[in-house]
Design a protein around this ligand. Structure first.
Ligand SMILES: Cc1cc2nc3c(=O)[nH]c(=O)nc-3n(C[C@H](O)[C@H](O)[C@H](O)COP(=O)(O)OP(=O)(O)OC[C@H]3O[C@@H](n4cnc5c(N)ncnc54)[C@H](O)[C@@H]3O)c2cc1C
Length: 663
């Protein structure tokens, strides 16, 4: 194994078996307690994962394993090893905290997420009735026609080159191709079809998610999730469709996008219809039922989720796997809608093709320089698209990086990144919730919706995708026995998320290799206050729904048990830091890092979406949002892209008028 000596390898096995040891426990009908990490091959998989990491990260883990070897880790008792891991994390500063936490999370993600190759299922799952893959045969839809370059230095010509094929890029591609423009779409991720969606978490992360799955920010304060495959986030997201709230539209109007306040409904209606949004596929699972009952008892406002899913193809159990891509073909992602329109109208779609730079000649857009990778051989070749219009729709993490690499966009590029910071609180109920079945979002609690709040910054409460590896790795690890106790009752554990609409923001800059580096410190006083209100709401909702125990996902969270003083518990939660080592913060909604606006000092694109400093370059994704929506952003991204498409069609002299375009 590259870079791993026998000594390091032995320590790694010992770490894995410290985090997931064989524990004698009665009863243990499914062998959940008896299985150690190494008995499931977790140490081998962890060694492979570390070997595949970028050199700096790999070396960091190597040094940590050396430090543990120096402390005689392998020969110590379980209790002493657990203590040593805690001590190193506590006194070793940020790198040690990150390293120990990283090893623990890697072990847990593999122990609970990795399928046994001989059965295709993880042996731990049977303990809580998680079935693993449920859809035997994938849908046999005709795959989208894509194109690949054959020789290094190939060139394409187009009227519009679009970087990214997700919510924004997909809509722009379909709309502009139907307007008669020659469109080329470059997508860094692979072209996956139903056949590739295995309903397994870890392969899904590896093939369809940004940087291979849940990723820490550079300051380790947040875990980021984003799609990176043809169709972008829409291929792997949870299909909760919400229209841009009127008061957000008014805010965007005030930022200079004047028509959005009044005249945006046509765009929203159009993408809503093409995506087939309906409320007929939102049957609640046990967790969602508890959420609804809790809200009803408290008199809080709740609603049934509207989703871009085809009711004729929807199946409740398979619906719980959609975060891993949809094997049934029911999900109406851009891969099934706008990209199909684009190809039918003559667009060229290139997957596995990463845009490195926007080409600028004479001060305006001239095309895109990209690198295409042959997945089978690893061969990389360059591809240039020559086009007078370039749309950056690589998502709010990568669009700023593309502009920064290209030296365009002005001083606001990469600023004002909004994340909709998200926390998770689990409640323990007395019954099997079958939380793996059905839509992650079927019931929504919108009592604390941002607009209703005096400051304009509230939060939404939603369910979550059942992902055993992520659940295992995010469940607080204090001791191995306590972690296993929590995993044992996973069938009766329901998790609610709270997502706050953030007032503060983070940044995207470039690292030494020219790749996106994301930082976000949740210190804005409004956001801290909103987060603290969200703790209280999550706890009260669970308690009203009948939970007997509450755990906020955090490094070392206090636990509430029925009978405990809830206010005292909430006071303890408010003392937890909102960063690395404290509350676990997630984001699946990245927005605003190249925003539209009237002022070039504070925005990247003008009010139509074109760069202030480089004519012909447009922002077409969530990074264009002037402020965070507070709602799940997909429909807003699509509607704003639909609006930007009109401006591009006008600027590019589209031959066909919008009215003649079938929706
Ligand atoms: C797990 C998860 C669940 C979600 N659930 C919901 C939900 O239920 N409802 C909702 O409204 N929103 C949801 N979202 C968010 C939603 O999917 C995103 O807000 C939306 O997809 C963003 O659209 P976008 O066009 O900005 O970027 P994306 O859809 O992310 O598309 C960007 C694309 O650009 C590609 N790309 C990046 N860099 C390059 C490059 N250099 N060259 C070429 N291509 C590049 C990426 O691979 C990606 O495919 C979810 C997100 C996640 C991760």
């Amino acid at each position: 194994m590259e870079n791993m000596s026998d000594e390091r390898r032995a320590v790694l096995t010992a770490v894995c078996d410290t985090v997931v040891p064989a524990i004698e426990h009665e009863p243990d009908p499914h062998g959940l307690w008896a299985r150690s990490a190494s008995s499931m091959g977790v140490d081998d998989a962890a060694a492979d994962a570390i070997a595949a990491m970028p050199p700096a990260q790999r070396d960091g883990f190597g040094e940590l394993l050396d430090a543990l070897a120096g402390q005689g880790f392998v020969g110590r008792s379980q209790a002493s090893r657990e203590q040593l891991l805690r001590n190193i994390a506590l006194v070793g500063g940020t790198p040690a905290l990150v390293g120990v936490g990283g090893l623990i999370r890697l072990t847990l993600a593999l122990a609970y997420g990795m399928p046994d190759p001989s059965t295709g299922r993880n042996p731990m799952w049977s303990a809580w009735g998680y079935p693993g893959p449920v859809t035997a045969e994938p849908a046999s839809d005709e795959p989208l026609r894509t194109w690949s370059p054959s020789a290094d230095g190939d060139e394409l010509e187009a009227d519009v080159a679009i970087v990214g094929s997700g919510a924004g890029g997909g809509v722009l591609a379909g709309t502009l191709a139907q307007r008669g423009l020659r469109v080329v779409v470059l997508e860094a991720g692979p072209h996956l079809t139903e056949r590739d969606f295995l309903q397994l978490e870890l392969p899904a992360y590896e093939q369809a998610y940004w940087r291979g799955g849940p990723q820490p920010t550079a300051d380790f304060n947040f875990t980021l999730l984003a799609g990176a495959t043809l169709g972008g986030g829409t291929t792997i997201n949870w299909t909760n469709c919400l229209r841009t709230p009127q008061w957000v539209r008014d805010e965007w109007s005030a930022a200079g996008l004047e028509d959005v306040g009044g005249d945006f409904d046509g765009h929203l209606d159009s993408v809503w219809e093409r995506s087939g949004v309906n409320d007929g596929c939102s049957e609640p699972n046990g967790t969602q039922q508890r959420m609804r009952e809790g809200a009803q008892r408290l008199g809080w406002h709740w609603s049934v989720a509207t989703r871009n899913v085809d009711p004729a193809r929807f199946d409740q159990d398979s619906g719980g796997f959609i975060g891993f891509g949809d094997r049934t073909g029911a999900k109406r992602s851009t891969l099934k809608t706008y990209l199909v329109d684009a190809v039918a109208a003559g667009a060229v779609v290139v997957a596995d093709c990463s845009a490195r730079e926007v080409l600028v000649e004479g001060g305006r857009a001239a095309g895109v320089a990209a690198v295409w990778t042959d997945r089978a051989s690893g061969r990389r070749i360059s591809l240039t698209v020559r086009a007078p219009h370039v749309v950056c729709a690589a998502g709010a993490l990568e669009t700023p990086a593309l502009l920064l690499r290209s030296g365009i966009g002005g001083p606001a590029v990469g600023r004002d990144l909004h994340l909709h910071p998200t926390i998770a609180m689990s409640g323990v109920y007395g019954e099997d919730l079958r939380a793996w079945s059905g839509a992650p979002h079927a019931v929504l609690v919108d009592e604390f919706e941002s607009g209703a709040d005096a400051e304009g910054f509230g939060f939404r409460i939603e369910g979550t995708q059942y992902a055993p590896g992520l659940i295992g790795s995010a469940t607080p690890f204090t001791t191995a026995a306590e972690h296993r106790r929590q995993m044992e009752r996973m069938a009766s554990t329901g998790t609610f998320l709270a997502r706050i609409r953030d007032h503060g923001g983070g940044t995207v800059t470039l690292d030494a290799a020219g790749e996106a580096e994301v930082r976000y410190a949740l210190t804005d006083p409004i956001d801290v206050r909103t987060m603290h209100r969200a703790f209280g709401a999550l706890a009260r909702l669970h308690v009203a729904a009948g939970a007997s125990e509450l755990v906020l996902l955090a490094a070392t969270p206090p636990v509430w048990r029925a009978g405990d003083d809830l206010d005292a518990y909430l006071a303890r939660l408010r003392r937890l830091p909102l960063r690395l080592g404290g509350v676990t913060l997630f984001s699946a909604h990245q927005m605003g890092s190249c925003r539209m606006g009237a002022d070039p000092a504070t925005s990247v694109a003008d009010v139509r979406g074109e760069l202030h400093d480089t004519p012909g370059v447009w922002i077409g994704d969530a990074s264009a949002f002037p402020t965070a929506t507070g709602t799940n952003p997909m429909i807003s991204v699509m509607a704003l892209a639909h609006r930007t498409a009109e401006a591009i069609a006008h600027a590019a002299g589209a031959s066909r008028p919008a009215a003649s375009v079938p929706v």
